[in-house]
Design a protein around this ligand. Structure first.
Ligand code: FE
Ligand code: FE
Ligand code: FE
Length: 185
């Protein structure tokens, strides 16, 4: 008897309203909204932990940009006539958990900054993936203004990723190696 009831529910679930690209766009917007707000809480901790002044400056600069990115998302929610609301993104929670682990395990160690950089780049790559997708979907949905806003943020995330790569190759990784050499000597 109980089994039959369950089956009936499953059928009615399948016959509910079809979910369209516009629904997916809205869901993904909530995902990145959650992620950006999580990043606003995380970047100050990373800037505080960084040994290199240059790296701390890079994190603080991107924190200011991130506030602007949240404002762009607010604008897009308004365009949709929906409340600006996030939905838990387990991916960004996982990436920032890894960053926290590095901060804990490498506290005061020469390789800390290299670890912070790697964590930050994982965040940027997640964002680049999401914003690339959202920009393209906005275009397909005919939301030209939203597409422009998403493209502006995408460009900031890509520039941040490149700036971090330059810092990694020019300063941080070298510093980590030098300190290891001088410790070994
Ligand atoms: Fe961002
Ligand atoms: Fe997500
Ligand atoms: Fe970012």
């Amino acid at each position: 008897m109980a089994k039959r009831v369950k089956k009936k529910r499953a059928t009615s679930r399948r016959t509910r309203q079809p979910k369209k690209l516009s629904d997916l766009f809205h869901e993904t917007l909530k995902d990145i909204y959650f992620a950006e707000n999580k990043i606003i809480k995380t970047l100050p901790k990373m800037a505080k932990a960084a040994h290199s002044r240059e790296l701390a400056n890079a994190f603080n600069k991107h924190l200011r940009e991130t506030h602007g990115q949240v404002k762009r998302l607010d604008q897009i929610f308004r365009m949709l006539g929906k409340p600006a609301r996030g939905k838990t993104c387990e991916a960004i929670n996982g990436i920032t958990d890894e960053g926290a682990e590095i901060m804990r395990d490498f506290k005061g160690m020469p390789a800390l900054d290299a670890g912070l950089l790697s964590a930050a780049q994982a965040v940027e790559h997640y964002e680049i993936s999401r914003y690339g997708t959202l920009r393209t979907w906005a275009e397909e949905l005919g939301m030209t203004d939203a597409a422009k806003l998403l493209q502006a943020t995408l460009a900031e995330e890509e520039a941040t990723d490149q700036a971090l790569t330059e810092l990694a190759t020019s300063v941080i990784n070298l510093e980590a190696e030098e300190e290891e050499v001088s410790e070994a000597a």
